[in-house]
Design a protein around this ligand. Structure first.
Ligand code: ADP
Length: 175
C-alpha cells in the first residue's frame, strides 16, 4: 500500500535477515535480551549488541532506544518494550501506539529510509493481534501524513496466520 511517499508492506520473514536501515526489536524493559524476536536479534547481531544495550539503562514501556546492528544486515536496531496485555484496561493500546510512533520518529531522526517492525507485543506479551494490527496501521498512517526520511515501512510477520491478519487489516483499514 502506498501512503504518500511511504510504501507499506506486510511480509513473512525472519526480521534478522532483512536488509533495511533499521529493524525494531520487541524488547523488554531491561533491554538486555530475552526470548522470541529479542533473542533472535541478539543471537544474529552478536555480543556487541548486548554490550551496547548495557549502556542504555533500560527503557520504559512505549519508549524507543537506538543502537548499532553489529552482524545484522540492518544499520541500526531500535529497541522498544511493548506492553504486556493485562485485559485491556491498563493503557495497553495507548502504550502500543506509543511504541510504533516513537520507533518511527526515532528512525527518521536518524535519517533512516527503511524500517521493519515485528508484531510488537503479540507474542509472549499476549496483546490481541487484530487490535494490535489496527493500532500499528493507525500510527503508520499518521506518521505518513508528515514528511520524513522514511519511504519504506515493512511489517515482518513470523507466521502465515499473523501475516494474513495484518494484510486483512491493511485491506480494510479506514483510518
Ligand atoms: P512480545 O514479548 O513483544 O510479545 P515476542 O518476541 O514474544 O515479543 O513476539 C513478538 C512477535 O515476534 C511474535 O509474532 C513472534 O512470532 C515474532 N517473532 C519471533 N521471532 C521472530 C523473528 N526472528 N522475526 C520476526 N518476528 C519474530
Amino acid at each position: 500500500m502506498q501512503l504518500g511517499k511511504l510504501q507499506l508492506k506486510v511480509i513473512l520473514a525472519d526480521i534478522t535477515t532483512l536488509d533495511v536501515d533499521v529493524i525494531v526489536n520487541a524488547a523488554n524493559t531491561s533491554l538486555l535480551g530475552g526470548g522470541g524476536v529479542d533473542g533472535a536479534i541478539h543471537r544474529a547481531a552478536g555480543p556487541g549488541l548486548l554490550q551496547e544495550c548495557r549502556t542504555l539503562g533500560g527503557a520504559r514501556t512505549g519508549e524507543a532506544k537506538i543502537t548499532g546492528a553489529y552482524n545484522l544486515p540492518a544499520k541500526y536496531v531500535i529497541h522498544t518494550p511493548g506492553p504486556v496485555w493485562h485485559g485491556g484496561d491498563s493503557q495497553e493500546a495507548y502504550l502500543l501506539a506509543k511504541c510504533w510512533r516513537n520507533c518511527l520518529h526515532l528512525a527518521a531522526e536518524n535519517n533512516c529510509q527503511s524500517i521493519a517492525f515485528p508484531s510488537i507485543s503479540t507474542g509472549v506479551y499476549r496483546f490481541p493481534i487484530k487490535v494490535a494490527a489496527q493500532i500499528a496501521l493507525g500510527e503508520i498512517k499518521d506518521f505518513a501524513s508528515s514528511p520524513s526520511s522514511i519511504n519504506s515501512v515493512t511489517i515482518c510477520c513470523f507466521s502465515p496466520k499473523d501475516q494474513q491478519i495484518y494484510q486483512q487489516a491493511l485491506q480494510t483499514f479506514k483510518g
